[in-house]
Design a protein around this ligand. Structure first.
Ligand code: C2O
Ligand code: CU
Length: 499
């Protein structure tokens, strides 16, 4: 993708900002807990089951009074939320008016391979002509000027998200704004009596850094610089920002009733890990009652006082504000942060109300056990030397960087397999198509927050975890990769062929 890469680099690098991992903002930042929490708008269909999204550059007001040029789905950040129902297929047509090719992936979707957003299956910029000849290797790269993605929604209700997935350039594209929510619902979940309506809040958490002129700051990934050792090393850990955004607002505040709320948490950060806790003014930690994981409801609620969340993970959590006095505040804090990245958002309790919601003791009964695996495989996720001739280091799976022309693993449709994943440092490992269960971590039983059906497991440094899944649904070429987006771009991705 050299040709596409060069044009990306030109579009990306307002200046060659090689500023290392933790970036400093020179732009004026608002005090925490003052900007109101936005609720991402819900996308209206253009016809039953049909949606359209135009990807384009837009000026977004993230910091009060400051315009930030971003790459957007439909002109907002986050992109519009798609509200879907289990078993009801939809088609989303993406048109790309950005200066670079893009790829759309529905994270957590049980999607036919053709619509899964393979990293070389490009939506070309509309201003490029169909006769553009710069694309190398026509066998590996498919191109479109608009693209229909079809989602059957044959899956458990869950909070999913869509984001860019282009080979080598996913991290800067997500950083620049290409992320949105996609919620699948069903009748069974709606009869449980969980908090709903205004008391269900999707919370997309993502850190960013801003340059002095208000633009987003990101280390350059210019293809001509990227493989120089020093440049790669500067963001080997992934890119962190010093401003925490929730639904696109910096450290927002939300007015709540003294009642239960369902918080649908997504860590959409490129590389930042959080450990969230809800702390009252007098220092009490409110219980975080987990009701769901990446792939929908747990069998039964699990109560946490703090909840670790790695990139791309989701947690569905109920918090009860009934015990907080009116006028009181509850801060959602990040125990892994330092300075301003300790703050995430706050809730201000506005009024006493009657609360008819509940958290039933049994949430779901359809979680698969998968206790008869036919095979165990092991994969290592480690940094290593690249063979690129440039001498840089990259992130590798079993010693190899991603290659779209190579099949790394072939599994048979319907097989139940255990995968043992071994990490050198923190890696949130994501598997496309197949939700999985965590069987063990570090040779011990899984942790409380590993409960339920997941699609991303956050491996801690030096840790090995075992997951179990059944590869069913569709045949074709899928992926697994680290969801530290910079690790993914630096090669920590592999092909999974389901036959
Ligand atoms: Cu969230 Cu392969 O992606
Ligand atoms: Cu990683």
């Amino acid at each position: 993708l050299a040709a596409a890469g060069l044009s990306t680099a030109a579009a990306l690098s307002r200046r060659p900002a090689l500023t290392g991992a933790e970036l400093r903002s020179a732009v004026p930042l608002p005090p925490p807990f003052q900007v109101p929490l936005p609720r991402p708008r819900v996308l209206a269909p253009v016809a039953p089951g049909r949606y359209e999204i135009t990807q384009r550059v837009a000026d977004i007001e993230i910091l009060p009074g400051i315009r930030t040029p971003m790459w957007t789905y439909g002109g907002t950040f986050p992109g519009p939320t798609i509200e879907a129902r289990r078993g009801e297929p939809i088609t989303v047509t993406h048109r790309n008016e950005l200066p670079v090719p893009t790829v759309v992936h529905l994270h957590g979707g049980r999607t036919p391979a053709d619509s899964d957003g393979y990293p070389t299956d490009l939506v070309l910029p509309a201003q490029w002509t169909a006769g553009h000849h710069a694309m190398p290797d026509p066998r590996a790269v498919r191109t479109h000027l608009t693209r229909d993605y079809t989602f059957p929604h044959d899956q458990r209700p869950a909070l999913l998200w869509y984001h860019d997935h282009r080979m080598d350039f996913t991290a800067p594209a997500i950083w620049r704004g290409l992320a949105g929510l996609h919620i699948v619902r069903d009748d069974a979940e709606e009869t449980l009596g969980l908090p709903a309506g205004d008391r269900e809040l999707p919370l997309l958490i993502a850190d960013r850094a801003f340059a002095a002129d208000g633009s987003l700051d990101y280390p350059s990934v210019d293809g001509t610089l990227r493989d120089r050792p020093g440049v790669r090393e500067s963001f080997l850990g992934g890119v962190l920002g010093d401003v925490v955004l929730v639904n696109g607002a910096p450290w927002p505040v939300h007015e709540v009733d003294a009642a239960r709320y369902r918080l649908r948490l997504l860590n959409a950060s490129n590389a930042r890990h959080y450990e969230l806790e809800a702390v009252t003014d007098d220092g009490r930690r409110l219980p975080l009652v987990q009701i769901g994981a990446d792939q929908g409801l747990l069998a039964a609620p699990v109560t946490h006082t703090a909840l670790p969340i790695g990139p791309a993970e989701r947690y569905d959590v109920v918090v009860d504000f009934a015990a907080v006095p009116v006028g009181g505040r509850v801060r959602l804090l990040n125990r892994l942060g330092s300075g301003r990245t300790t703050d995430v958002m706050a809730f201000r309790v506005a009024r006493r109300v009657r609360d008819d919601s509940r958290v039933p003791a049994v949430l779901s009964t359809d979680l698969p056990a998968w206790d008869r695996p036919v095979r165990v495989r092991e994969f290592s996720f480690r940094a290593g030397q690249l063979d690129s001739g440039h001498g840089g280091r990259g992130w590798l799976i079993d010693g190899r960087p991603f290659d779209p022309a190579r099949t790394d693993v072939t599994v048979a449709l319907g097989d139940v397999e255990v995968w043992r994943l071994v990490a050198d440092v923190h890696h949130p490992i994501h598997l496309h198509l197949a939700g999985f269960r965590v069987r063990s971590r570090g040779g011990r039983p899984p942790l409380p927050h590993d409960a339920g059906l997941k699609d991303t497991v956050s491996l801690r440094p030096g840790e090995a975890a075992e997951i179990v899944t059944r590869f069913d649904g569709y045949r074709g070429r899928y992926l697994f990769h680290c969801h530290n987006a910079e690790h993914e771009d630096m090669g920590m991705m592999a092909n999974l062929e389901i036959t």
